[in-house]
Ligand binder design. Structure first.
Ligand code: SAH
Length: 495
């Protein structure tokens, strides 16, 4: 059940509650706190409800429920243990388009009452859509302990200053800077310490002295390989504060979802066949948004400094005097190794690891093949799917054993992760056999053999069975073709 969350203003609005027991009592208490005009309908009342009725806080109707009462109310809460009765009133409410909550019956309810963390005027409401109320309650308990009581006072203080803040900081960027200072700086601390007067003085002082214009900046953030759980806390914070997110195509949807809801998201993917932005275009976008006072997050797959052109972008920002920060991300080699159960180094198998890119033929020509072919080291090859044939042939030609194990990890850390394992002699054809697509990372070296015993994430590794030890196909699909859908690759394979 997908629910639409809303906070209702029930002040001075009539609400009918059915039932006179302990559950009804709790519901009535919450409704009274929201200043609703509550009528309770039940054959008898609990002592507390009775007292409230006597005090005139609620109205009481002992007679049998009559559907036309609903014409006068905004909401209905049914808190009786009588199933037939609950069904009848829910149906009556439905006919009149009145929202009804039947306690502990998600199916009969047209609105749900969330678990609430109350830091008035700040309210946090949690719902599991009826699926797992215990989970919602558990979350509420966690939030209760995590959120200081003084948050309410902080929200009140902000509300009282709001007009003046708006006047003093007409631009959004400057205003946001002030609010951040208010919520995360000394004012919040003083309120937590129970010193409201000092907090007010600090807020007044900040209002008088903080610079009016916010200045733009860029945070270069490594988004990791896909699983949002692999983001750093700093990355999450930068995403929360971003006005603009310039992201690569490789950044997963799960990570993008964590950006501030109203942040502008701009894809600057560089994928052939799709709309793409040149590196100069990306530089221009970074500069334009930062100069407009925006907080820009430049979000890249993995780590920005590992085959990510992060260096070029920083050089550009530095040349133009734009402030920047860098938040590292988990690079594909490290992440894929972890999620495939392949330790990149191992005392018995490999003392070093190299990160290599096999982007295209010309980049392959510049590699030191003799060094790459050495034993007891691990190669982590990025962007190599299209060049596996060349890689295989050259490594073998330079002396790497054809029996060297490999693990090829496609969509590492994502739900669709696949791992293909085999030996170097079967690398290129193994990839075709299983139609491996980009993004995929190759781990080659003695350690790759451990994937078969240490794998823990996703499906067990697939095995490469096709061998063309002597002459791997000279002509592989181009880089672009490899990025095409799997069906195309399968077709190439069959051809
Ligand atoms: N800066 C990135 C690398 C960008 S180059 C990083 O640090 O990870 C792009 C290459 O990274 C892809 O061609 C692929 O080889 C690798 N890659 C990125 N994400 C991957 C993933 N989830 N699974 C497998 N390989 C991945």
């Amino acid at each position: 059940m997908k629910l639409y969350p809303l906070f209702a203003d029930l002040s001075q609005r009539a609400v009918l509650v059915l039932g006179g027991g302990a559950v009804a009592e709790r519901k009535v208490a919450a409704l009274l706190a929201a200043q609703a005009l509550v009528t309770v309908n039940a054959p008898a009342l609990s002592p507390r409800l009775r007292r409230w009725a006597d005090q005139g806080l609620i109205a009481y109707r002992p007679q049998a429920f009559q559907p036309d009462w609903l014409d006068a109310v905004w909401l209905l809460v049914a808190a009786t243990s009588d199933q037939a009765m609950n069904r009848e009133v829910a149906a009556a409410a439905m006919r009149r388009r009145i929202f009804a909550n039947v306690v502990d019956d998600a199916a009969l309810s047209s609105f749900h009452v969330p678990a609430v963390v109350d830091r008035s005027p700040l309210t946090i409401a949690i719902s599991s859509g009826g699926a797992a109320p215990m989970l919602a309650r558990l979350l509420r308990e966690r939030l209760e302990t995590a959120l200081d009581e003084s948050l309410g006072a902080l929200a009140t203080l902000a509300a009282k200053l709001r007009k003046r803040i708006r006047l003093r900081f007409p631009e959004m960027a400057g205003r946001r800077g002030f609010y951040e200072h208010l919520f995360a700086g000394p004012v919040a601390t003083l309120l937590r310490q129970g010193r409201p007067n000092a907090a007010w003085a600090a807020a007044e002082q900040a209002l008088a002295s903080m610079p009016i214009a916010g200045s733009g900046s860029v945070v270069l953030v490594g988004a990791g390989p896909g699983d949002p759980g692999l983001l750093t806390l700093r990355a999450l914070r930068a995403l929360n504060e971003a006005d603009v997110v310039l992201h690569d195509r490789l950044v997963s949807a799960g990570v993008l979802e964590l950006a501030r809801r109203d942040a502008q998201r701009i894809e600057v993917g560089k994928q052939a066949g799709h709309h793409h932005t040149t590196q100069d275009g990306i530089h221009a976008l970074l500069l334009a948004h930062a100069r407009a006072g925006k907080r820009v997050v430049r979000l890249k797959g993995g780590d920005s400094f590992v085959f990510g052109r992060g260096g070029e972008e920083l050089e550009c920002l530095r040349r133009h005097g734009i402030a920047y920060e860098v938040v590292p991300g988990i690079t594909a080699a490290v992440a894929c190794a972890a999620y495939a159960g392949v330790p990149l180094t191992h005392r018995e198998h490999a003392q070093s690891v190299r990160f290599v890119t096999a982007h295209c033929r010309s980049s392959l020509d510049t590699l030191d093949w003799a060094a790459l072919a050495q034993e007891r080291q691990t190669l982590a090859v990025y962007m190599g799917v299209a060049e596996l044939g060349t890689l295989q042939a050259r490594l073998i030609a330079h002396g790497r054993a054809a029996t060297t194990p490999f693990a090829l990890i496609e969509n590492g850390t994502r739900a669709e992760q696949r791992v293909v394992t085999g030996t170097l002699a079967k690398l290129a054809d193994g990839a075709l056999e299983h139609a491996v697509c980009s993004p995929a990372l190759l781990i080659l070296g003695e350690v790759a053999a451990l994937a078969s015993s240490l794998a823990w994430f996703g499906e067990p590794p697939l095995t490469a069975t096709v061998e063309s030890a002597s002459a791997p196909l000279a002509c592989r699909p181009s880089n672009d073709a490899v990025k095409a859908p799997r069906t195309l690759l399968a077709a190439i394979h069959q051809a």
